[in-house]
Design a protein around this ligand. Sequence first.
Ligand code: GLA
Length: 339
Amino acid sequence: MISAFGPGRVNLIGEHTDYNGGLALPFAIELGVVVEAEAIDGDHVHVEALDLGERDEFALREPERVDGWRAFGRGVVAELGAAGIELRACRLRCRGDVPLGSGLSSSAALETAMCLALLAVAGAGEPDRTELARLCSRVENDWVGAQTGLLDQLAALRCEPRSALRIDFATLALEPVPLDLGDWTLATLGSGAEHEHAGGGYNERRRECRAACEALGVEHLAHADSEAAARLDAPLDKRTRHVLEEDARVDATIAALRDSDLEAVGRLHDESHASLRDLYEASVPEVEATVERLTAAGAAGARMVGGGFGGHVLALFPPGTELPRGCLGVVPGPPAHLR
Ligand code: GLA
């Protein structure tokens, strides 16, 4: 029996920058998805989603497309096949503890664990992890229908223990940044509003960013000129300003971490949230109420994480603060691996 783990992730800062060629600073968390796999006879793949109490079965070669959670297994199998990997018929059992629709990337946890499990069952060596991240991202884009970037998959596959990962999405240069918080605590709290990437605001923001790139004649919005961006029509001006300022906050956060100035990290969290709310317009009332609750409880900073429009809020608490009920402490964990 093979067992593979894929982690969820928290993005410390750098939101909606990945598909704009900007910077982000995620870390893999200890929560994730475990996929157990065993080879079977025949030419089908059986998938059991233990948490949902649902099953799927499909052909190993050229699986048919479907909606919902089943798209993940089919997409991973199809994309690994298209990459020339000779897969074997198998049974996959999946279970996880990353809350679904939370902005902690249960989907990248599932995709990466499935990939490692399928590769191991097939006796195939592990491909380059950045290539594997791209492959998982194609599953999201082309099979699940969410036009997400590479943030979650790179975080799940390339993060290092005890560190966050500075990712430059224009070059894919990666740099581990030690995450030593001393007695401070990072925690997330669900807002009660689930987000769903395959629909709604996320894909619309991507379209707006593409339109802004075309209007400005740049390949990556993160490299736009701020004065030219200010002359764009609304809302493209605001979207671009968020991307440029959020990008600067990533390196400001790294500098603050190096100086052990966690108050400053908290302030940058607050600024990031205000920008996501006012310029990127990716908040919802439940998220605002959660930010207020965390701030009232003593957080030095609080911000929405992930794609927005619901999901969890991340907060940084000074030593000795009593965390509000329901908070989930998050610490950096290992990247996706076989167990
Ligand atoms: C989601 C997507 C990522 C990224 C974030 C926003 O988590 O999956 O690719 O765009 O939203 O930073």
